[in-house]
Design a binder for this molecule. Structure first.
Ligand SMILES: [Zn+2]
Length: 255
């Protein structure tokens, strides 16, 4: 009987810990995505941005002045399809033309994120995606990654933004040479999974190759894992477990 009660308690407790990210308002989702990706190495000061297309065709965007680790729901701005600010106290990044161009070219995605994550920066400098050396690294499909080798330093220029957006094509990840990364997704779960697993793959690749190299996961196995990782909208619970920890660390993210 005691065991039965304990199991009931455990079950009730687990229900209480369940986080339904889709039930949160979009501003809270965007703030949480910024926070959990900061924990994955998306840490380049205020030089990253996340946009989300709302049902009415306007967009949410995180403020230029805030690091991804400190964004709260109430900090999130709203802008129109040309990048003109509609709501919010902070400023929109001057590099917003990249997001506008991607949203314009890819109506199938709602989440667009750009940053200079510390691990992917190594791959961006090398202009390549490292080979997959473990199972998690295989969650990134090589064929889903564009490598864009042109870099002119004019990150806020509309022509550069359009070239970068076009380099993505119908893929979901682009690595920009000597610059950073662009990741898109139809859902917050897939956007997070792609961004986090890309950082994982680049970090592991760097470590393995620095240690003298190793045999990568065979191509056919890697492809199978990549395909299975996006079935049913992505790997269940991966984002949820990170969000739960962030909510415990700083519940004010929802403010
Ligand atoms: Zn950038």
């Amino acid at each position: 009987m005691e065991l039965h009660h304990a199991m009931n308690r455990a079950s009730a407790s687990n229900d209480a810990r369940h986080v339904d990210i889709g039930a949160l308002e979009p501003r809270a989702q965007l703030a949480l995505l910024a926070r959990v990706l900061h924990a994955e190495g998306y840490t380049d000061h205020n030089l990253g941005h996340i946009t989300f297309r709302l049902d009415d065709g306007t967009f949410l965007v995180d403020p230029w002045e805030l690091a991804w680790s400190e964004v709260r729901a109430s900090d999130v701005l709203r802008m129109d399809e040309r990048g003109q600010q509609l709501e919010g106290e902070w400023s929109i990044t001057p590099a917003i033309p990249l997001h506008i161009a991607v949203h314009d070219l890819r109506p199938d995605v709602r989440w667009v994120l750009h940053n200079h994550p510390r691990w992917v920066a190594v791959a961006a400098a090398q202009r390549r995606l490292p080979a997959p050396y473990d199972q998690m690294a295989c969650y990134i499909d090589e064929d889903d990654v564009a490598i864009f080798s042109e870099y002119d330093g004019l990150v806020a220029a509309e022509s550069t933004a359009m070239n970068n957006a076009m380099a993505l094509g119908d893929r979901n990840i682009a690595i920009f040479a000597n610059h950073g990364v662009l990741v898109v997704g139809p859902t917050i779960r897939l956007a997070y999974q792609r961004a986090a697993m890309l950082a994982w793959r680049c970090r592991l690749g760097w470590m393995v190759e620095t240690a003298g190299g190793a045999r990568p996961v065979p191509e056919g196995v890697a492809k199978r894992l990549a395909q299975s990782s996006t079935k049913r909208g992505g790997i269940a619970h991966m984002l949820e477990m990170m969000v739960r920890q962030e909510l415990a660390r700083d519940p004010s993210v929802l403010d």
